[in-house]
Design a binder for this molecule. Sequence first.
Ligand code: NAP
Length: 352
Amino acid sequence: MSGLLVYGSYGYTGNLIAEAATERGLDPVLAGRERRTLESQAARLDCEFEVVSLDEPKVLDMVLDDATAVLNCAGPFSRTWEPMVEACLRTDTHYLDITGELSVFEAVHDRGDRAADAGVMLLPGVGFDVVPTDCIAAHLASRLPDADRLELAFRAENGVSRGTAKTMVEHLDSGGAVRRDGHIEDVPVAHESRTVDFGWGYDAQHAAAIPWGDVSTAYHTTGIPNVTTYMAMPERAGRVQRVAGLVAPLLSLPPVRTGLQWLIEQTTEGPDADDRASGRSYVWGEVQNGDGDRAVSRLRGPHTYALTVETALATAERALDGDAPVGFQTPAGAYGPDLILEVEGVEREDVV
Ligand SMILES: NC(=O)c1ccc[n+]([C@@H]2O[C@H](COP(=O)([O-])OP(=O)(O)OC[C@H]3O[C@@H](n4cnc5c(N)ncnc54)[C@H](OP(=O)(O)O)[C@@H]3O)[C@@H](O)[C@H]2O)c1
């Protein structure tokens, strides 16, 4: 029996991870709630599988009993993290996921003490959100140890998957968020914008503030009390976001939300293999201290979903090998700022 259980293995991202895990000989156990889909995936990948829904705690405990680590790929994670984390705490199983949801990071963080007592690692966010940004944050904090302000930005190419689009709909009414003086504060969507030099030919990109997972995690990793996160987008997209923020209460009404999710279900396929092979991702970060000193670093890496597969498996492999610091962890907090450099095709440079 493998030590790794991939839950949500037949979703778009879960399947990419399951395929890569199998290719690496990790012999994952595939799991989810839909028997038929699991059966055919398990036959194709020659893996064991377990059918279990998250509202069956006793079955979940039996399934996790033999596992060393769970890699939860079933999102929106606002709906899946809690039963899976609770099952991990009951069964002494390390928990990893690929969430990017700010509220989920904070909620998992709140389970940190119980996890430490149980000898379990809780490591959410092992995908594109937040491994590269968390690693840049940690790298910058080591370059300017008394920094009190951190800005992070990313630029992603070639589309999102259905699950990511549905997860975005799930949080439509959450607005924006930043960290100020150590506390997460609600702000209007896209309340700030700036120009970012991502390098590698993308030197003057417009970016608008979004509530990226690092508003939670970068603080836990670095202790820097003021954090704002940005996503590269055309200026008019930032304006649309601000307008959407104004009508968010309407967009988040259950019938409207259900309608949007249905529409996504019908229309969004997700990036294909060519998109994943040709697209690149870019991350930029800047820290400043009270004296006005600053440091700027940036990195370029593979397409966001290709990178997610690599970082998710790199962290899961460490946990399987026993390198799993207990309690709540962030990627760079657990494995250091150079974790991201282990991914083939990632380049990092210090600009200032
Ligand atoms: N951190 C990152 O950078 C990163 C990268 C990629 C994806 N993601 C996130 O990962 C999630 C999945 O994305 P995706 O594109 O793979 O989505 P997807 O293709 O829609 O797959 C979602 C998977 O989750 C399962 N699932 C959803 N809700 C569930 C529930 N309540 N109980 C049990 N299983 C449930 C689905 O199973 P059923 O079909 O049975 O519902 C399916 O297997 C999204 O939240 C996305 O935002 C994050």
